[in-house]
Design a protein around this ligand. Structure first.
Ligand code: NAP
Length: 344
């Protein structure tokens, strides 16, 4: 019964009156119509579980798709959304975690709540110096950028990577990680006012995502072509990226912001042998060897702590203010991620 003392301590810490709050949906549909705030009592932790007090949890496109019922996995209703977030261990039923540890979740963990219980084996312990807002955004987008850059062959140093949605959280992570790898990025964006900011972040070429932008991109590449293209938009934008790839280059679709399918001219496959691939980072997290996944997160967490991998923050909101948070997502001047700060 070696583990008993900390289990007893854990149970003693759980306050039967601990009042929690969470966002819930009882059916899928338009997020602002389906979400509601619910009071709840966080359950006592069992052996191997941890109760986490949530510091911050972002609103990602995947969360909206999950609530709408259009994501790759369907919600089991009722449920609390939130695919990622950062919190502090409040009560631990696992030897590896102590109250006060700062953690993120490597599995879906109902993070749009003041408290959530997770299996300790699904947590990742963070450096204490990490910024909680940046940490809350660590699981999904930095890892997606990392997989895009490492999961589809090794681009040669000095080579070009092209991407659309350059201003997205993933796009910004790609710019920073690619630069650290000695790669050059050409990013297409839909808002001209963002171009200078992305250049300052390390983007070598940033252009508008339209036909004039494609012509300017070809001129900027000066006859060079890209080994990899990262597509988060779909439709015409995805095709523009194909036109910047080298023969045999790899075009990876990981998002569909424009909600438009890919239309691929036959010649790009017949004469140029482009490879069309996809990425779902969840599949990698769940199926890659655990040691590989944890090594990548250790690397990314160190970069975030050092300030060399940064995501933009638009605004933070308490859970009760979810309509205001959702409204920021479609604001013309949104300047980064929208996050809930449940325990503010
Ligand atoms: N497959 C995976 O494992 C995986 C992992 C992470 C993310 N994703 C996907 O990657 C995409 C980006 O995610 P994120 O969290 O980085 O996004 P984000 O930070 O919320 O930014 C969204 C981006 O999409 C652009 N955008 C929005 N609506 C658009 C439209 N109708 N047409 C063209 N562009 C549009 C925005 O442009 P502005 O900057 O001009 O507003 C912005 O750059 C999403 O589709 C997300 O689901 C997939």
């Amino acid at each position: 019964m070696d583990g008993l003392p900390w289990q007893v301590q854990a149970m003693a810490i759980v306050d039967a009156n601990l009042a929690g709050k969470r966002l819930v949906i009882e059916e899928t549909g338009t997020p602002v119509e389906k979400l509601r705030v619910q009071a709840f009592r966080p359950p006592p932790v069992g052996t191997g579980q941890v109760l986490v007090r949530m510091l911050a949890a972002p609103v990602n496109p995947a969360d909206l798709n999950f609530i709408e019922g259009t994501y790759g996995v369907q919600p089991v209703l009722p449920t609390t959304p939130g695919v990622e977030g950062c919190g502090v261990v409040e009560t631990s039923g696992a030897a590896d975690y102590q109250p006060g540890d700062r953690v993120i979740f490597l599995r879906r963990a109902a993070t749009w709540a003041t408290h959530t219980v997770a299996a300790a084996e699904t947590l990742f312990k963070l450096p204490t110096a990490i910024d909680p807002l940046q940490a809350a955004m660590l699981k999904v987008n930095p890892a997606t950028a990392w997989r895009l850059l490492h999961g589809f062959g090794k681009p040669e140093a000095g080579g070009w990577i092209v991407q659309n949605a350059g201003n997205s959280a993933v796009g910004r992570c790609v710019i920073q990680l690619a630069r650290a790898m000695g790669l050059r990025t050409l990013s297409l964006v839909r808002r001209p006012e963002l171009m200078a900011e992305l250049t300052r972040l390390g983007g070598e070429v940033v252009l508008l995502d339209d036909e004039a932008g494609l012509a300017a991109a070809k001129a900027a590449l000066g006859g060079a072509t890209a080994a990899l293209a990262f597509n988060a938009v779909g439709g015409d934008s995805a095709l523009r990226l194909m036109n910047l790839l080298r023969d045999g280059g790899v075009h990876i679709t990981f998002g569909a912001m424009a909600k438009r399918p890919l239309t691929v001219p036959n010649g790009l496959l017949i004469f140029r042998d482009l490879q069309l691939r996809g990425l779902w980072v969840t599949r990698w997290i769940e199926h890659a060897p655990a040691a590989e996944v944890r090594a990548v997160y250790a690397d990314l967490a160190a970069r975030v702590t050092a300030g060399t991998l940064v995501q933009a923050v638009d605004s933070t909101h308490p859970l009760d203010a979810f309509p205001a948070a959702l409204a920021r997502l479609t604001a013309a001047d949104r300047a980064g991620k929208v996050l809930f700060v449940p325990c503010c």
